[in-house]
Design a protein around this ligand. Structure first.
Ligand SMILES: [Zn+2]
Ligand SMILES: [Zn+2]
Length: 371
């Protein structure tokens, strides 16, 4: 079948919205009609060339839609079901899934390889195979996707909102709750408050942090963070560090969560200096591939102050578990999702959405597909 999709042919480059060909679903796959897709900073990495991946690709990795057709062997999903597409697949059986560390599922090995695990593609453009970004390609009206990439969600909630659960919200909320392990009374720094950081602010607040300090150079983002659970906001980390030390007898924050689009070694080093003894720096944003090894951290202080620097992929969330928990929090009014969406775009205007993201005009921009 044909579908309209945003395709990236070269990097650096711009999206082209074109007709693509979609195969029929094979074993354990479904055909999904995407309703909406968020635009995440990780999409920018491939547009500006700071990450490399197989091209041409159909991008987008934060979507929600409706199952149109199921292939052989699919259990638990039927046509008409509403689903969130998670950029992290989960098989439920590999050593990581079995340990409950589903975000590290072995299927992740296929995320950047190009073809599906069977060596074939499901999407084509002008007769050429088209890489499905993170296996899901949510910037297409339709896609064939593994059942392992989908989480069935309740049908009474808007998919235009739930799409955010496919990447940004879990990445942020989980970075605070699972990776920083925020406890009641903590002082928490969240650096970079776009869609991910704003979710980390909410996660820290939900976990009971006494002080949630948002750090962002953009006034609009600082003001939004204050509406979504941040207690304080500063334009740069140095000011925020002075403040957190002033309220903690000079000790610093229990955790610092780095949610900027492209964290650097220097950012991690500064966050390391901003946390207290026993504190944790969580690196959530994906650094540019060009960032060399070498975090400027005094090694003696790492052990001597028992500090931790940890990376977090999808906020260490288990998609089948945590997406449904986040929906429960949304229903309860405790996790704000609609407030994260600054503007909605048609697929044809996807490059306007990109420009708005680059310019910092959006917390989250969401592409709404034609039905
Ligand atoms: Zn993302
Ligand atoms: Zn697995």
């Amino acid at each position: 079948m044909k579908a309209r999709a945003a395709v990236l042919r070269e990097s650096p480059g711009r999206y082209e919205v074109v007709d693509v060909d979609i195969d029929s679903p094979r074993d354990h796959e479904v055909l999904i009609r995407y309703v909406a897709s968020g635009l995440c900073h990780s999409d920018l990495h491939f547009l500006d060339g700071s990450h490399a991946g197989p091209l041409p690709m159909c991008a987008g990795h934060e979507g929600a839609g409706i199952i149109e057709e199921v292939g052989p062997g699919v259990a638990g999903l039927r046509p008409g079901d509403h689903v969130v597409a998670s950029f992290i697949p989960s098989c439920g059986r590999c050593r990581y899934c079995a340990q409950g560390r589903t975000n590290l599922c072995q299927l992740g090995a296929h995320l950047q390889n190009g073809p599906f695990p069977d060596g074939n593609y499901r999407m084509h453009v002008d007769g050429e195979d088209l890489h499905q970004f993170l296996l899901i390609s949510t910037f297409s009206q339709y896609a064939v996707v593994s059942e392992n990439s989908l989480v069935k969600v309740p049908e009474d909630l808007p998919l235009e909102t739930l799409c955010l659960l496919g990447c940004g919200v879990g990445t942020g909320v989980g970075s605070a709750i699972n990776a920083a392990e925020v406890r009641p009374g903590d002082n928490v720094l969240v650096v970079g408050v776009g869609g991910v950081g704003m979710s980390a602010v909410q996660g820290a607040s939900l976990a009971g942090a006494a002080t949630v300090i948002a750090v962002d150079p953009l006034l609009f983002k600082r003001e939004t963070a204050l509406q979504l659970g941040a207690t304080h906001a500063f334009a740069d980390l140095a000011e925020a560090t002075d403040f957190v030390q002033s309220i903690s007898d000079g000790q610093g924050a229990e955790s610092a969560i780095l949610c900027m689009g492209s964290p650097t070694n220097v950012d991690v080093g500064e966050a390391f200096d901003a946390i207290a003894k026993g504190g944790t720096v969580v690196v959530t944003g994906m650094a540019a591939i060009s960032e060399p090894p070498g975090i400027p951290v005094h090694l003696l202080m790492l052990a001597g102050m028992q500090k931790t620097i940890r990376g977090a992929l999808f906020g260490m969330c288990s998609p089948p578990v945590d997406i449904l928990r986040q929906i429960d929090l949304y229903r309860a009014g405790k996790l704000k999702l609609d407030e994260l969406i600054t503007r909605k775009y048609s697929l044809d205007d996807i490059n306007v959405a990109v420009d708005d993201l680059v310019a910092g005009r959006n917390i989250r921009g969401v592409v709404i597909h034609d039905s």
